[in-house]
Design a protein around this ligand. Structure first.
Ligand code: ZN
Length: 280
């Protein structure tokens, strides 16, 4: 049993190695299949023995074999997280539809978060692709549902429920974006100064797409919770950014992703705390 778990973790680190490739190449429009892995500094091909997740990083002491430039700590970090995620989902769900669905979701979160950290934006097609794959999972779930339920309520069909949640995710966040942008517009016109670093939007449209995806995968309650929890993470970073005088343009997807993880694990607890407070 332990051996299987270790094997699954290691397999996850290899998947993480592929996620690293996606994080680097997708925003740069390089194919994720060709060419083989290369050092971003000297472009030398990295052979398999230097490309073993986590291990190679340690053996090479975080330096490229050819040019001696530093290899970012992020590579083994992403590999490690990917291994943990795979093992966790396997232990929680076993191998099945839920396992693959949430594996996709979590790996998607990793990829978009790190791209957003580097570029303060993600390629437009990524969320669209994520939503498309979410709908395919939903179709599978619906087929499975229909094969077990001869009589059914239309609104209880997984695909109907999921599309409804997707639309809610879009709409909910878009509404906030609309009011946020209007407020920003009014504020900037009154203060008669141009926005610092040129921001004119309270939320990017990418955030709206992303929250649609959250609705599709996790449901309406999660959309609302994620939306209100994410700013806490962002504020913590914001304080850090002010102290260390970093750019105050905050990539927002990492915080939304962190909030998704928190909500995925603690949704029931958060909701019952809220109910306790309301007195329901
Ligand atoms: Zn190199």
């Amino acid at each position: 049993m332990l051996l299987i778990n270790i094997f699954i973790f290691i397999f996850g680190t290899f998947l993480g190695s592929f996620l690293n490739v996606c994080i680097y190449r997708l925003p740069r429009n390089i194919s994720i299949i060709n060419p083989r892995s290369f050092c971003p500094h000297c472009n030398n091909t990295i052979y398999f023995y230097d490309n073993i997740p986590i291990i190679s990083f340690l053996i090479l002491r975080a330096k490229c074999r050819y040019c001696n430039k530093k290899i970012s700590f992020r590579y083994p970090l992403v590999e490690f997280i990917s291994g943990i995620v795979l093992l966790f989902l396997y232990l929680k769900f076993g191998i099945g539809l839920d396992f693959f669905k949430y594996l996709f979701l979590f790996y998607f979160l990793i990829v978009v978060s790190f791209i957003d950290i580097d570029f303060h934006a993600i390629p437009n097609y990524l969320c669209f692709l994520g939503i498309l794959i979410g709908i395919i999972f939903s179709i599978f779930e619906t087929a499975n549902f229909l094969s077990h339920n001869f009589y059914f309520n239309f609104w209880k069909l997984p695909i109907v429920r999921d599309i409804k949640n997707l639309i809610f995710g879009f709409g909910f966040v878009y509404l906030f974006k609309f009011f946020g942008d209007s407020f920003l517009e009014i504020y900037l016109s009154f203060s008669k100064k141009d926005s610092i670093e040129g921001e004119r939007e309270s939320l990017g449209l990418g955030d709206v797409d992303f929250m649609g995806l959250v609705g599709l995968f996790l449901g309406i309650e999660s959309v609302i919770l994620v939306f209100f929890i994410a700013p806490f993470f962002a504020v913590i970073y914001g304080i850090f950014a002010i102290i260390f005088k970093r750019s105050h343009l905050i990539p927002y997807l990492p915080y939304l992703s962190l909030a998704v993880v928190v909500v995925f694990f603690y949704k029931t607890q958060i909701l019952s705390l809220l109910r306790l407070y309301i007195g329901g």
